[in-house]
Design a protein around this ligand. Structure first.
Ligand code: SIN
Length: 333
């Protein structure tokens, strides 16, 4: 990887992982496409003015749809970003990624990387071959954010649809629309406008955890529903889950048999975190569920997917006691 060293512009390395942004049409249906088929260099060639924003180098970490992202890819990506960020001839890193699990990769990187240099993730909802694909505009906006000095020290930033999101808050909300990424509780960190990059607020605190080795401990998410019984809790424990995240109803609640099975799991040393299937609002301790008595952790503003990532990293780091896990969740609010 050679970053153009003569460039007076910020030097940005693009790490490609695949996704719809690199998707190309195939014949399976009118809208069908293969994720990750197009190299990042080809995508960037469609971005007007890219070489006036930054000196750019390219690397491929993976070429997959993000539904197939694994701990091993997370680990390889985090390790590569850490190595690049330590280099004096690299000013920022831009990661291209599928939108489906971008929020999880972003949070994993946010928790485990400590660089102050901008690390920005972009994707697209429409493949590169689509009429009015959103990839080129998102790549350009991502480059602008990565090149901007105010992006330093903000952790991992997710940029789509001219909107800048923080890794802890951002979530994909629409299966199809280009404005799919939202930060439902706290709102976006900023915007990319005709005048440049504008930040509105700082992101939440970073946990500054070490990058754990892959594979991460198994943590299952259990989606609560009316009439739920303990079957899925028992199945998760039998499969060797070291942690369980409840995507609970309302304030992270569940039917009595589920809570009893979770309390039993907590007594046997399984970490149990209560999150909510509601997209808005925190899950607080000891409101409807007696967390102190059951040994549960309340997820606060972490969605079930984010809570799972944090819990995996904590368990992999040897943080297993419920009060220590709760403290880490509270610290990352
Ligand atoms: C993926 O997540 O890789 C496919 C969907 C997308 O990128 O929008």
């Amino acid at each position: 990887m050679t970053v153009p060293s003569s460039s007076p512009l910020p030097r940005i390395v693009i790490l490609a992982t695949g996704g719809t942004i690199a998707g190309a049409a195939d014949a399976r249906s009118k809208g069908g496409y293969n994720a990750g088929a197009v190299p990042a260099e080809t995508l960037m060639a469609a971005v007007p003015g890219a070489t006036e924003i930054a000196g750019i180098a390219f690397e491929t970490v993976a070429a997959i749809g993000s539904q197939d992202i694994t701990d091993a890819v997370w680990h390889a990506l985090a390790h590569r970003i850490a190595v690049l960020a330590a280099r004096e001839d690299v000013d920022a890193i831009l990661v291209t990624h599928g939108t489906d699990t971008m929020e999880e990769t972003a949070y994993f990187l946010h928790l485990t990387l400590s660089t102050q240099k901008p690390v920005v993730m972009v994707g697209a909802m429409r493949p590169s071959t689509a009429l009015s694909g959103d990839g080129p505009a998102n790549l350009r906006a991502g480059l602008m954010v990565a090149a901007h000095p105010d992006s330093r020290g903000r952790g991992i930033l997710v940029v789509l649809n001219d909107t800048i999101h923080g890794a802890r808050d951002v979530t994909k909300t629409s299966t199809t629309q280009v404005e799919t990424f939202q930060s439902p509780n706290l709102g976006p960190l900023g915007y990319v406008t005709a005048n440049g990059v504008a930040f509105l607020r700082a992101p939440g605190a970073r946990a500054a955890l070490q990058l754990p080795p892959a594979p991460l401990p198994r943590v299952s998410i259990l989606y609560a529903h009316a009439g739920m019984d303990a079957l899925l809790v028992e199945a998760a424990i039998a499969a060797g889950a070291r942690g369980v995240v409840l995507a609970g109803v309302g304030d992270g609640n569940a039917a009595r048999p589920v809570l009893e099975a979770l309390a039993e799991a907590a007594r046997s040393g399984v970490a149990v975190v209560r999150a909510s299937r509601c997209p808005l609002g925190p899950v607080l301790r000891n409101i409807e569920v007696s967390d102190d008595a059951a040994g549960f952790v309340a997820a606060g503003l972490h969605s079930p997917a984010k809570a799972r990532v944090l819990l995996q990293v904590l368990l992999a780091s040897g943080i297993t006691a419920p009060d220590a896990i709760q403290a880490a969740f509270d610290r990352t609010e």
